[in-house]
Design a binder for this molecule. Structure first.
Ligand SMILES: *[C@@H]1O[C@H](CO)[C@@H](O)[C@H](O)[C@H]1NC(C)=O
Ligand SMILES: *[C@@H]1O[C@H](CO)[C@@H](O)[C@H](O)[C@H]1NC(C)=O
Length: 444
């Protein structure tokens, strides 16, 4: 009897210590008749990858999910989601309304695949509303479901103090859409270049965290932040085939104060693209490839005015991408892009490692040269090393009418991937710091 008690006590201490060490806890389910479920809280373990010249790339492996243990929780399953291949729109809407109005955590359970037609999760919500995606959400594949709005699949609209997290996957199921695009390589079918849906759009959101998620095969762009303010993005993995058209990884538009940390992106277009109205953008510890690299722009399309400032790209590794760090603007635009820093970047077999293209033209008809352009100034390239797949490793093709000003190169060394050498072309650049960089502009 005594021994039994001791064993039981020891067992309980052992079990309790397991919970404490792993940081797991049981969350009381709110408003649901189902049996209790465990939701694991992962420890904030750090995985460090050593990068030869660029210090440690730190990968936070999920952090504590909720600060308060008493936060209410609703599962989409409690509202009738079936994850059986049919559309679960209804259940997601109801679960969202409940979570949003009460500041609860909406849970999308693990090991289940939910299909959704286009859906908008609207705010304003009570603070600390969260969307925990543990399982997979897959886009409804019939295009007819998108007739009303061809540009969006999932939208979070006007939600503040909000978090999306959980380790789950948004799958845009985009193959059918790509095949209809005129840009798709082996395309014999009639094609159209109408807009295609962005998988997940955050529109007009403030104090937003988007973490620990996978995005896959989006119809067009994967994640868009538009008109948002104070955004923290980390540990996203984005994957789409190299030939999937316009499948940008993370797109930032008219957004201020955004940190994009520790993301691994390989798609058919830009890993990260930053366009007009964006200010105070930091991208740190980014792995990119395949894809078109990290881009500012395109800016100034259709004679528009662009404003981009205070952008830092620090610690990035690009492998086999068509561009490395790129600024692209159309002829005829106006406005500016300034105070931009590209630092500590490793290029491996990148076709245009360092490029400014002020003659960008992504349309079938040729673009006319104009006497207006977006002014580029104060651009720093520092500690950029690696190999170029093409001979021209540094290409500054600035506007003849509005030359680039204050372009700084420090410790930029780009060797050819194959044999031979590399060259730099520097057109209409008013000032290039001639610190240590190779290749040097030619002709001098
Ligand atoms: C480098 O890139 C080029 C063009 O993208 C490609 O053809 C070649 O196979 C790549 N080389 C290596 C070693 O990956
Ligand atoms: C710059 O762009 C113009 C227009 O596309 C092109 O004609 C010219 O060859 C480019 N210059 C370089 C150095 O690539």
């Amino acid at each position: 009897m005594y021994q039994e008690k001791t064993i039981i006590t020891l067992l309980m201490i052992f079990l309790a210590s397991l919970f404490i060490c792993n940081g797991s806890y049981i969350v009381e389910p709110h408003h649901q008749a189902n049996v209790e479920r465990y939701y694991h809280v992962h420890d904030g373990r750090l995985i460090k990858t050593k990068h030869q010249h660029f210090g440690h790339i730190t990968r936070t492996n999920r952090d504590t999910l909720f600060s308060s243990k008493s936060q209410g929780m609703v599962s989409v399953d409690d509202f009738g989601a079936r994850a059986d291949g049919r559309d679960d729109w209804e259940a997601f809407k109801k679960a969202w309304n409940e979570a949003c109005s009460k500041g609860y955590v909406l849970v999308v359970p693990k090991n289940r695949i939910y299909r959704l037609k286009p859906i908008t999760f609207s705010g304003p919500c009570q603070p600390n509303t969260a969307f925990m995606l543990y399982g997979t959400i897959e886009a409804w594949s019939q295009m007819s479901a998108y007739e009303e709005d061809r540009q969006h699949w999932i939208v979070f609209d006007s939600v503040s103090n909000f978090k999306v997290d959980g380790g789950g996957t948004f799958n845009g199921n985009g193959k059918k859409w790509w095949e209809n695009s005129c840009k798709y390589s082996n395309n014999n079918l009639p094609c159209n270049d109408e807009p295609r849906p962005t998988a997940v759009t955050f529109y007009d959101c403030k104090n937003l965290k988007v973490k620990n998620l996978r995005f896959k095969d989006s119809q067009q762009m994967h994640v868009v932040f538009e008109r948002c303010f104070n955004v923290f993005v980390s540990n996203l993995i984005v994957r789409a085939p190299e030939d999937s058209p316009n499948t940008d990884g993370i797109h930032v538009a008219e957004t201020q104060n955004i940190d994009i940390i520790n993301c691994d992106i390989g798609t058919g277009d830009d890993c990260i693209s930053i366009v007009s109205g964006s200010k105070n953008v930091r991208a740190i510890d980014i792995t990119c490839g395949p894809g078109h690299g990290i881009s500012i722009g395109s800016l100034g399309a259709d004679n528009s005015e662009a404003e981009v400032s205070n952008v830092v790209v620090n610690r990035a590794a690009l492998t086999g991408t068509t561009n490395g760090v790129r600024i692209k603007t159309w002829q005829g635009g106006s406005g500016y892009a300034r105070n931009i820093k590209f630092m500590n970047i490793k290029m491996q077999n990148v076709t245009n490692p360092v490029i400014i293209d002020q003659y960008y033209c992504d349309q079938t008809e040729p673009c006319q040269e104009r006497n207006k352009a977006v002014q580029l100034s104060q651009v720093l390239y520092q500690n950029i090393r690696g190999t170029s797949a093409s001979e021209i490793a540094i290409k500054f093709n600035c506007s003849r009418s509005v030359p680039c000003r204050e372009i700084y190169l420090q410790d930029v060394i780009l060797e050819p991937e194959g044999g031979g050498g590399t060259t730099a072309t520097c057109e209409n650049v008013r000032y290039v710091n001639r610190g240590k960089f190779y290749p040097q502009c030619s002709p001098q």
